[in-house]
Ligand binder design. Structure first.
Ligand SMILES: C[S@@+](CC[C@H](N)C(=O)[O-])C[C@H]1O[C@@H](n2cnc3c(N)ncnc32)[C@H](O)[C@@H]1O
Length: 290
């Protein structure tokens, strides 16, 4: 691939999705763009690049973002995150939201749905702990293709078993040959939307819990900080923001702070939860039992 072609895709991905690619990904870029050129009827990647110089088709741009985004995910991907959600955030919110009755949760880079369904399964299993709360789970991603799978809630044997305790699989999924389909009562707990994290988040409203896991690491520091700042604006004053376990460095923001001994979760600096967590005995943790 010519350097000039690489630069076109680098610019395009950064501008339209925030994703950053490095020169050592040239081979990957080339191999993934090949099928796109073919699909769109271009004889070569150079011809595809040429087509992007004018006013490119939005669907073509979406296809390029689709193949270059990392959609890696699994159920209960980070056990510590789900432990904190279940054992620390939920007990706090059960009390703090008792009169409000609503609990709004956003899975902001939901990929093929394993993360928001893991949230829904945790809420199902903890229903007795939050008897008066009506949860609303919004799950979004930039990629239409992964959202299609997410909406169906159908997973291969490998995807279903990865990260999922077997009793949870049997309780909440139905098997159809090699496929596992999430039961309707869980599927209907999640509302899927296509949403680009670079876009205005204001129309989404305010959330008690935001999961934005394993996506900030794909952006440069400037983009990650901007997204983080706007996520913070969507977070309730005593809400919880979960990032991927390897993203702590991307999570620096003036208004949020980490909680001692609770890696991966950020809360607003003025949150009453912070004082509570700092003065409390070590919080309960355990294996995910959703
Ligand atoms: C590695 S997956 C993470 C999935 C899940 N949060 C997890 O931790 O397992 C990252 C997801 O972020 C999505 N993504 C990348 N850029 C995005 C953007 N600008 N807006 C919304 N989603 C984006 C990708 O399509 C991909 O599905």
């Amino acid at each position: 691939m010519r350097i000039t072609d690489f630069d076109v895709y680098k610019e395009l991905l950064k501008e339209k999705s925030g994703l950053v690619i490095a020169p050592d990904q040239t081979y990957m870029l080339e191999s993934r763009l090949g099928p796109i050129s073919k699909k769109w009827g271009y004889p070569s990647i150079e011809a595809l690049t040429q087509a992007l110089q004018g006013v490119p088709d939005k669907a073509l741009i979406a296809d390029i973002i689709e193949v270059m985004a990392n959609h890696e995910t699994s159920f209960f991907r980070d056990l510590a995150t789900f432990d904190l959600f279940r054992n620390s955030a939920l007990p706090y919110l059960a009390k703090a939201r008792a009169s409000q009755k609503k609990l709004r949760i956003w899975s902001a880079a939901a990929a093929s749905g394993q993360e928001p369904y893991s949230i829904a399964l945790t809420l199902k299993e903890q229903a007795a702990q939050i008897p008066n709360l009506k949860p609303e789970i919004i799950a979004s991603d930039i990629s239409i293709e992964v959202l299609e799978q997410a909406k169906l809630g159908v997973y291969s044997q490998f995807e279903a078993q990865r990260g999922m305790p077997i009793h949870t699989l049997i309780k909440y999924f139905t098997q159809d040959g090699q496929l596992w389909k999430i039961k309707d009562d869980v599927r209907k707990m999640v509302e899927f939307r296509d949403f680009n994290l670079l876009d205005d988040m204001t129309p989404l409203g305010s959330f008690d819990v935001i999961f934005c896991c394993n996506v900030l690491c794909d952006f440069d520091d400037e983009t990650a900080s901007d997204i983080l700042m706007r996520l913070t604006q969507r977070l309730a004053p005593d809400g919880f923001l979960f990032l991927g376990s390897a993203e702590a460095g991307k999570g620096k923001t003036a208004d949020l702070t980490a909680v001692a001994d609770q890696r991966g979760v950020l809360v607003p600096k003025s949150s009453p939860y912070l004082a509570m967590a700092n003065s409390a005995a070590p919080l309960a943790t355990g294996a995910v039992s959703a």
